[in-house]
Write a protein that binds this ligand. Structure first.
Ligand code: NAD
Ligand code: AHE
Ligand code: ZN
Length: 379
């Protein structure tokens, strides 16, 4: 198949708020610096649904969504040296070019390599074109540099994290987004210390991974917050010490956490909802003098955060994270190894499984059901 277009099945997002359409598409061969992969499994992340619902200001249609996957390299384009056919890779929407001239890759302070961010945001490969066509020969856009709701996709070489081939791709796909993001927000972005107090708003897979990461970091108090109380059991299993439903407390949730539950607030707080009012609450229950609040959730187009500047004057810090600050190509393989050694269990996130790319709409329905953490679709 190398060097030739591949015809395969994919789920195409034709327009906002419409179900994905199962289509036969062609996937062109990888150009220089690109890698074509066979997608083995893809998990649904809330961000896919957010984009499909038309909330992403960068969202494009028609496109192939999906960004939490496990893949096997089918063929490589000219000049590709870091992966070869048969290698197992996790696509990374935050790439890592590793060039000496990349001040972002060289800095220990960030993972935000900008090398291909421009074209990635335009739904195109780095040369400004798409590798996907529908049956009529019309272009379909890429998404987040991944587009894994397709049996085959093309990635930039710098977006390929090569992992242990023994590791099951239908589980390791989770390290492509949500779980890594939650863990990394705690370990890299906030560097939560032993004995700290933590509050987590939103107990989807991302928020639960924050709890798992906080427990591993030795946090002594972990407050789990969700409006869906069915999430509390798993939160407790992962290390939450207190669970709160904002609908059941009197007054504002921030006053309840900083006032009733604690005298001055919590050392570290995390928004894992994407709701800007929740982001405000999370900032405002961070500890007077030093509390840090980290935005993880992705807010809908047009939504903005606000608070009284006094909240910052009195020592609170507002920050955010993309992919938990992990440098993708270097760090994803390490997370996979830690999982394989038994040190970092992730099975509990997989609440639903489906067979065949055509079942992706069912996986989306599952994600909406309220009792789903991650739905994994095996192809
Ligand atoms: P999810 O939909 O599975 O979980 C969200 C949770 O928030 C649900 O349990 C829901 O009940 C809860 N919630 C909703 N409104 C709430 C409120 N007012 N108060 C408290 N809880 C509330 O989503 P997920 O896949 O875990 O993703 C969480 C967020 O993180 C999304 O916004 C997603 O787009 C974003 N995300 C960001 C990054 C990043 O790199 N920054 C990476 C992955 C996901
Ligand atoms: N494109 C949107 C924002 C979407 C967004 O913030 N994406 C996160 C990852 S979410 C993964 O589930 C991210 O990494 N952002 C950094 C980046 O470079 O995209 C918008 O608002 O325009
Ligand atoms: Zn995601």
């Amino acid at each position: 198949t190398a060097g030739k277009p591949i015809t395969c099945k994919a789920m195409v997002a034709r327009g906002p708020k419409q179900p994905l359409v199962e289509e036969t598409i062609t996937v062109d061969p990888p150009k220089a610096g690109e890698v074509r992969v066979k997608v083995i499994a893809n998990a649904l992340c809330h961000t896919d649904v957010y984009t499909l619902d038309g909330h992403d200001p960068e969202g494009l249609f028609p496109s192939i969504l999906g960004h939490e996957a496990g893949c096997i390299v089918e063929s490589v384009g000219e000049g590709v040296t870091s992966v070869a056919p048969g290698d197992h890779v996790i696509p990374a929407y935050t790439p890592q070019c590793c060039e000496v001239s990349c001040i972002f890759c060289q800095s220990p302070k960030t993972n935000l390599c900008p090398k291909i961010r421009g074209t990635q945001g335009q739904g195109l490969m780095p040369d400004g074109t798409s590798r996907f066509k529908d049956k009529d020969g019309n272009t379909i856009y890429h998404f987040m540099g991944c587009s894994t709701m397709s049996e085959y996709t093309v990635l930039a070489e710098i977006s390929c994290a090569k992992i242990d081939p023994q590791a099951p791709l239908d589980k390791m796909c989770l390290f492509g987004c949500g779980i890594s993001t939650g863990l990394g927000a705690v370990w890299n972005t906030c560097k939560v210390e032993t004995g700290s107090s933590v509050a987590v708003f939103g107990l989807g897979a991302v928020g639960l991974a924050v709890i798992q990461g906080a427990q591993k970091a030795g946090a002594s108090k972990i407050i789990a917050v969700d409006i869906n109380p069915s999430k509390f059991e798993m939160a407790k299993q992962l290390g939450a010490t207190d669970c709160v439903n904002p609908k059941e407390v009197e007054g504002k949730i921030q006053s309840y956490i900083a006032g009733t539950m604690t005298p001055w607030g919590v050392d570290y707080t995390f928004d894992c909802t994407g709701n800007v009012e929740v982001m405000r609450a999370a900032l405002e229950c961070a500890h007077r003098g030093w509390g840090t609040s980290c935005v993880i959730g992705v807010a809908a187009s047009g939504h903005e955060i606000s608070t009284r500047p006094f909240q910052l004057v009195t020592g609170r810090i507002w920050k955010g994270t993309a992919f938990g600050g992990f440098k993708s190509r270097k760090d994803i393989p390490k997370l996979v190894d830690r999982c394989m050694s038994g040190e970092l269990p992730i099975d509990h996130y997989i609440t639903h499984t489906f067979q065949g790319v055509g079942k992706t709409n069912d996986a989306i329905d599952a994600l909406h059901s309220g009792d789903c953490l991650r739905a994994v679709v095996r192809y």
